[in-house]
Write a protein that binds this ligand. Structure first.
Ligand code: ATP
Length: 369
């Protein structure tokens, strides 16, 4: 199975820089997702792996060799799209048999391949149905069986769940990951849906405006985001500005501009007293208490603006000093507050990430456009 390495890859379409200086590796047997807002360069990256377009600068290595030595047909790639790469006028069987038949495989071998892959995707018994009449998930199952029967060792999946309902999506994510892992394939999955990427991937490459900001495991992206954008795009966060007041072996004390003091016990390197910083606080971690009027470290005090049940959690918006707002996703759905309640908010150290104040300004660093 292939390992695919991007080295300083840039792709321009005229004046448009679609991807910029991409350097990362997709390991053999890995399920990697490319996640980012619309227009950030995900599909362009996928199309370069497939050989449908070539980089303007840099190179892509395929098992250590420059990829341009390999014709797209030699890369054993299966491309799966949102809109089902199947022939609607053929039956399920004919769709899956198409690739091996075109390659001139003997009849028995074609039959075995079709059997194997239809079973794998759970489509046994539906061989004679016309693809056009299938449900959306079954169409996608046939699309996947079709590319696998054609000999794909690398699956490139471009928003493959885009046409599926939410409930089906979760089941399909498990199926798809199961197939990739069972066959030891390498998969590159493009999505703008962070929960889908978190559920299905070994690692996720988070992209913004043509650049890849961080390639990491879902857990590391959540707990150790390297940028403000990743902290907000994966899981959503509140951001506050402040100054580092002391540093000891990576443990920081930060005074926010609004006066609160935060001690960050997660080792955070590269900061010195006097540095202007932004702290990111993940929305699901703070704990809300009725106010006791005392002030403490790692706490905010505020007045509840809104507290609303939004399915599985409550969305609480609290007005802090100087009219700053903090939004909390309270999983304790039994706990509710009224507009105007005075509250204290405890922020566990684990929920805090510290970043240098961004050159481009905080609003731009968070922005998805
Ligand atoms: P989406 O999620 O909306 O599909 P994406 O992250 O896949 O977006 P790309 O389709 O890779 O993004 O596009 C990246 C940028 O390159 C966009 O600004 C897009 O308009 C531009 N682009 C892509 N293909 C072409 C092309 N063939 N000619 C000109 N510009 C292009």
């Amino acid at each position: 199975m292939p390992e695919i390495e991007f080295r300083n890859v840039t792709k321009r379409f005229g004046e448009v820089v679609a991807v910029k200086n991409l350097t990362f590796t997709i390991y053999d047997g890995e399920y990697l997702s490319l996640l980012g807002p619309s227009g950030c360069g995900k599909t362009t990256t996928l199309r370069m792996i497939a050989g449908l377009i070539n980089p303007t600068e840099g190179e892509i290595l395929w098992n250590g060799r420059p990829i341009h030595h390999l014709h797209p047909s030699q890369r054993n790639i299966g491309y799966v799209f949102q809109n089902f790469a199947i022939f609607p006028h053929l039956t399920v069987w004919e769709n899956v048999a198409y690739g091996p038949e075109v390659k001139g495989f003997p009849e028995k071998e074609v039959e075995d391949l079709v059997e194997t892959y239809l079973k794998l995707v759970g489509m046994k018994g539906k061989e004679d149905e016309y693809a056009v009449s299938l449900s959306a998930p079954d169409k996608q199952r046939v699309g996947i069986a079709r590319v696998l029967a054609s000999g794909a060792k690398t699956l490139l999946l471009d928003e493959p769940m885009g046409a599926l309902d939410q409930q089906i999506r979760e089941k399909f994510q498990d199926e798809l990951r199961g197939i990739v892992k069972k066959l030891g394939l390498t998969a590159v999955h493009v999505t703008h849906d962070q929960s889908e990427a978190m559920a299905i991937s070994d690692r996720i490459g988070v992209m913004k405006k043509g650049e890849i900001l961080q390639v990491d495991s879902p857990l590391n992206l959540l707990f150790n985001p390297e940028t403000i954008f990743v902290n907000n795009f994966i899981g959503e966060a509140n951001f506050f500005e402040g100054i580092v007041t002391s540093e000891q072996e990576g443990y920081l004390k930060i005074e926010l501009y609004s006066g609160e003091i935060f001690t960050v016990t997660k080792p955070t390197h590269g900061f010195l007293p006097g540095d202007r910083v932004v702290i990111g606080i993940r929305k699901e971690f703070p704990i809300i208490y009725p106010s006791d009027g005392l002030s403490r470290e790692n706490y905010f005090s505020g007045i509840v603006e809104e507290d609303r049940f939004v399915g599985e959690k409550r969305r609480v918006i609290i007005r802090l000093k100087y009219d700053q707002l903090i939004e909390i996703k309270n999983r304790n759905t039994q706990q509710s507050f009224k507009h105007g309640d005075k509250v204290d908010i405890e922020v566990p150290s684990l929920a805090i990430n510290v970043f240098p104040y961004p050159k481009e300004g905080l609003a731009e660093a968070v922005s998805v456009t």
